[in-house]
Every structure is written in C-alpha cells, then in structure tokens.
Design a protein around this ligand. Structure first.
Ligand code: ATP
Ligand code: MG
Length: 636
C-alpha cells in the first residue's frame, strides 16, 4: 500500500497538478509571480483536493448551480469588493516589475554604450518597495479571502442544516445518512476551493492574461502574436484534456464512495462483523474496493500525466520563438534588449496562469457537482407545511376518518382506517409484522400525511394545527430508542431544556429509571456513549419514557416499547407506562397480550386494514383473527 500510495501521490502532484511544471519554472526564475505563489498560498493543496476529493456525482457542468452558490457571497459585498480590488492592485504591481527590470537593462545598455549617466539604485529601491508592498497585499488578500469564504461556507452549512430539520419524513426515508453527511461535509468543503477560485483565481487568470498579452503587444506586435499563437492552443488543449477527464474523475469519486461505504458500514456494524467472525472477509472486501479505486485513480492521473507534456511543449515554444523574433528585432535595432527582457518575463508570468487554467477547470467541475448536491437539499420541496390553528382545548380525542395512506412508492400501506379513541383511553394495536402498525401511529403527529381521509385531534384536522404545538402534545416512544451522546439529564430534558433537576428526577422515578441512573458513575450527569451503547436496551427505553413523561403530552404513542426486554424489566416498564398513560390517550403497539388485554380499544390490523376492533373479551368471543393469534401465543 505504502509505495503505491506514494506513487499515486507523486502522480497526483506531477501529473494532475497541471501547473506544477509552470510553478517549477517560475518559482526559480521569476520570483515575483502573483498572490497564488504556491509557497505563499495553499493553492497546490487546494488543487490536490480538487483532484482527489471523494464522492462526486454527475459530470455535467452546471453554471446555474454555481451561480446560486455564488449568491451566498452577496451577504459580504464589502469584503468581496475589497478582495478583488486588492488583488487587482497586486496584479498591477506584478505587471510593473518586468517594466522596472527591462527599463534598468535599457539604462545599463545605454550606460555601457554611451557612458550615459545612470544609477541602478532608484530601480532597486522601487523594485524592493513594490515587492514589499505586494507581500503586504498578499497577506491582506489571503486574510480577507478567508474572512469572506469561511463565513459564506458557514452560511451554506447553516442552510443545509436548516433544510434537514425542515424536511419531511418522506425525504429522509429515501436519503441515506452517509450520503447526507457527505453532502453536508465533503461537498461544502469542496466549495471552499470554488469560492477561492471565483474570488481570486478567475480574476487573476483573466486579468493577468489579458494585461500581459496587451503589454507584450504594446512592446512588439509580432511578439504579441507569437505569445497569442502559443498561449491559445495551450489553454485550449488543457481545457479539452480536463473535460475529457470528467467521466474518469467521476468514476474515481464513485469508487472512493464505495470504499468509504465499506468503512462506514464496518464501523456502524462492528458488532455484527465480530459476532460472525467476518473480520478477515471484511478486510478482503475493503482491500478489493481499495485496489479498484487505486487502479482507477492511477489510470486517471496517468492520462493526465501523459498529456501535460504536450501542452507544456507547445507553450514552451513561446520562449525560443520570442528569442528568435525578438533577437532579430534587437539586432536590427527595432527593439531594445531591455524590452525583450520584459517580454520574456511576461511570457513566464502568463505561463504560470496558463497552467492554472487546468486547475480552475477542475475546481469548477468538481464544484458544480457538489453545488448541485447541496442545492438538492437546500431547495428540496418536501417540506411539511404547518397549519395555523392553535391546539384546541381538550383531553386528547383522536378520530381516524376513512384514512388511507401509501408511502411514495405507490403501494398502499393503510386502507380505509376509521376508529375513535376517546380522551384518556388506551388503544392497543396488534397485527403481524409489516401490517402497518407503526405507519398508523406515525400519522398522528404528522410524520406523514394521509393520502385520503383525515385525522382529528379534539375535533380539529391535524393538518390545520400548528405543527410545533401538535408535536409537543404527542409524545412518541419509538420502536428503537435514540439517545444523544450527552448526559442522561440532557437526554431526559431534550423536549424541555428548562426543566429543573427535581422535575427530571420525578419523571425518572415515574419511569422506573431513577434507581439505575443513580448507580451510574456520575448519576444524571453521566455522558451516554454514541447512541447510548453503554446502557442496556431496557435502560434506554426507560430514559425515553422519562423523556416522554417530562413533556406531559396529551397523546402518547408507545411503539413496541417492551419488545426487547426480559420479563422483570418488562414488568417495571409496564408499571412505568401505566403511570405515564394515566389521564392521556395512549396508543400501544405490542406483541405481547399481557400488555394488550387491558386496553380500552384493540385494533387488529392485517395488511393495512382493520380486521376487527373492540375490547379483549369481545374480540375473543368473536373467534376471529384476534382470537387466532391470541391462542397461538398462549400455546407458545
Ligand atoms: N418509510 C417507508 N417507506 C416505504 N414503505 C414503508 C416504510 N415504512 C414501512 N413501509 C412499508 O409499510 C408496511 C407497513 O410497515 P410498518 O412499519 O407500519 O409495519 P409494522 O406493523 O409496524 O411492522 P413491525 O411489527 O415489524 O414493526 C410494510 O410493508 C413496510 O414495508
Ligand atoms: Mg413497527
């Protein structure tokens, strides 16, 4: 791995970093090139990032998406203007430096030939002054650039985060966690290069190329044509090569994504991997993905490395051409030696920028895919609209009125569901796995909206209710408990951060959780590991129950809350839940009949339809599906 990785790194630098050959020439011979001097500025690393950044999708160039991202800069017009303004001054200084050198050489020549009065000191002082000024400008431009792009990236991240909070469950059902995380991190990170490139690199390339060509032209028309004649095909070639590479880079990024997925899954599923002793197989799987990725990366950078010398060669012709044409003009007395020197320096300065065209193209390509991926989240329309009406007074009557629902794939998951849960009643929902129990209760707090029919809470359609008030009045204890990686106290107080420690303890006691929490190393201040791994399933459920207690909801939903615990813990949780349910309308999804028997209303679901509803005794007498599954369980 190590030598191979090194090889790739070398290729990525020597091959894909298109302007490196120019950097190499100009850093040694032309020490005053622009503010993007790689030794002063992180551009090469930006370039390497642009070239090797992972998980890029789509290969089309999307100017509209990029413009939308650029519009985030509108918040900082002063800084953008200052940045560009200072950069222009810096470029102007850079353009002046060859003039000073050329004029000095002309002066020296005159001095040597005609013994004219001449001193180099004014030029040296001016040169020094300008170089110093430019160094200060570089510093200022760099600082300003960071103070412009970093807050802008912060704004983009905030926009993504806001969108993720607003997006409906239907969106989250389809999006993969890894994908969303990658968009909120890697893709934003890639836009940093884009913003830098738009703010500085684009201005630098365009202004410098135009200005230097014009300056060479003003010195000598034929040299101007020579410069254009070599520069244009070089820029065109680099642009063509870069665009040819787009699909190849896309493949590299996709393979990188596949490799990352293996890592991600291995971390998330480490217990399963170890339980099945599949470590070796997983290592092999990773190696395979890594090798495929490396092969594709090598092919791509090799392609680049093989074509750069051609561009290099064509542009390299500009210098001998200038020496030939300019030299003849000097001999014929049409051009001063110092002016030829100016042209040579200008050609070198353009070479530096010509090389940057490739880097710019790559940054734009990468960024346009990233921009689109980010905008897909920010501009996503699947946002649940909140109603306007406040929660009416009442004690939690829930009515399902001919409700049908299908997830977006068109398959109906619930058909024509009608029932009434009176205030304070407990409603048990039973049925085989996949029959739609979770789906049914998810409609109450509007995690999804019914496709047909309506749901009323205390007489008002949930779609008309203020969403925040609705969600605060309905507490859900999910099939899988999620705890944040913070303290126990913060987890319990999640819905009501202002709760006092006394309130938290009261709720924890009611949830039968106080006892084990007190035994934790730091009691309520104990930090829970990621996803609460340091707690048992039953303990986590009891924390979730305490969290629901604290919200004092009108309606409570318990989804299979006792499925994964032993009978003693189950008794404790049932006791906790009995207290929690008092005085509220409660929906309980449970597999065990010990939990269901005492419910005021039992809904028996099968394939998304209510087969039977009533109390336990009634349903048993009816000898239907309920009785069938009840007897099955008793026999076990
Ligand atoms: N987010 C979703 N997107 C699309 N289909 C879904 C989604 N969630 C569930 N389904 C489908 O809807 C049907 C009902 O699922 P639901 O989760 O409500 O069943 P359940 O009765 O709660 O099952 P279990 O007892 O296993 O929890 C199933 O066919 C399932 O495949
Ligand atoms: Mg379920």
């Amino acid at each position: 791995m190590a030598p191979r990785a090194k090889q790739i790194q070398r290729l990525a630098w020597g091959g894909t970093a298109i302007s490196n050959w120019q950097f190499a020439i100009f850093n040694s011979q032309f020490p005053f090139n622009g503010p993007h001097n790689p030794q002063l500025d992180p551009w090469p690393s930006a370039m390497a990032r642009a070239m090797t950044a992972p998980a890029l999708q789509g290969t089309r160039f999307r100017p509209r998406a990029l413009l939308r991202i650029l519009s985030f800069l509108r918040k900082y017009p002063g800084r953008v203007a200052a940045c560009v303004g200072l950069l222009l001054v810096s470029i102007a200084i850079e353009m002046a430096l060859p003039q000073i050198i050329g004029n000095t050489i002309n002066g020296l020549r005159q001095y040597a030939q005609e013994a004219a009065d001449f001193s180099v000191w004014p030029s040296v002082r001016l040169f020094l002054g300008l170089v110093l000024l430019r160094a200060c400008l570089s510093y200022l431009v760099g600082t300003l650039r960071n103070h412009t792009t970093q807050p802008t990236l912060g704004d983009i991240r905030a926009a993504i985060y806001n969108a993720l909070q607003r997006l409906a469950f239907t969106y989250h059902d389809k999006a993969s966690t890894g994908e969303l995380i990658s968009r909120a991190t890697t893709d934003v990170w890639r836009l940093q290069d884009f913003l830098h490139a738009c703010l500085l690199l684009s201005v630098d390339i365009v202004v410098s190329l135009v200005a230097t060509t014009a300056l060479i032209y003003s010195i000598s028309t034929s040299l101007g044509w020579a410069a254009l004649g070599t520069m244009t095909p070089t820029v065109a070639l680099i642009a063509v090569f870069a665009s040819k590479l787009r699909p190849q880079w896309r493949q590299v990024h996709d393979l990188h994504g596949a490799m990352t997925t293996v890592i991600q899954e291995n971390i998330a599923g480490v217990r399963v991997v170890k339980a099945f002793a599949k470590e070796q197989a997983e290592i092999r799987k990773f190696r395979d993905r890594r090798d495929t990725y490396l092969d594709s990366l090598l092919r791509t950078v090799n392609y680049w490395a093989a074509r750069v010398p051609l561009a290099q060669f064509i542009y390299g012709l500009s210098l001998p051409l200038a020496l030939w044409i300019g030299g003849r003009q000097v001999i014929q007395g049409e051009l001063l030696v110092g002016d030829l020197a100016k042209v040579v320096f200008y050609l070198m300065a353009i070479g530096h920028r010509v090389g940057m065209v490739g880097m710019f193209t790559n940054i734009m390509q990468n960024a346009s895919a990233s921009a689109e991926r980010i905008l897909e989240i920010i501009q996503e329309k699947q946002v649940l609209k909140s109603g306007k009406r406040p929660l009416p007074p009442g004690r939690g009557e829930v009515v399902f009125d001919r409700v049908s629902f299908n997830y977006t794939d068109g398959r109906a998951s619930l058909h024509d569901i009608s029932f009434t849960a009176r205030p304070g009643q407990s409603v048990a929902i039973v049925g085989p796995t996949g029959s739609g129990k979770t789906t049914l209760v998810n409609l109450i707090p509007r995690f999804y909206d019914p496709s047909q029919g309506r749901i009323l809470i205390d007489g008002t359609d949930v779609r008309e209710l203020n969403l925040n008030q609705l969600r605060r009045s309905v507490s859900v204890i999910f099939q899988e408990t999620f705890l944040f990686s913070t303290s126990v106290a913060e987890n319990i107080a999640y819905g009501k951060p202002t709760a006092t420690r006394k309130e938290l303890e009261r709720c924890a006691r009611a949830a039968q959780a106080h006892e084990f929490i007190s035994e934790l190393p730091e009691g309520y201040d104990t930090i829970i590991g990621e996803r609460g791994v340091s707690l048992s399933g039953g303990q986590r459920q009891r924390i979730a129950i305490a969290r629901a207690f604290l919200m004092d909801p009108r309606i409570l939903i318990l989804d299979d809350a006792t499925a994964s615990v032993d009978s003693q813990t189950e008794r404790r949780i049932q006791e906790a839940m009995r207290r929690l349910c008092e005085g509220r309308t409660t929906f309980i999804i449970a597999q065990r009949f010990s939990t269901v028997q005492h419910a005021d209303l039992i809904l028996v679901l099968k394939q998304g339809r209510i087969l039977e509803q009533g109390r336990h005794e009634e349903l048993i007498q009816r000898s239907g599906f309920y009785r069938e599954i009840f007897e099955q369980q008793i026999r076990k």
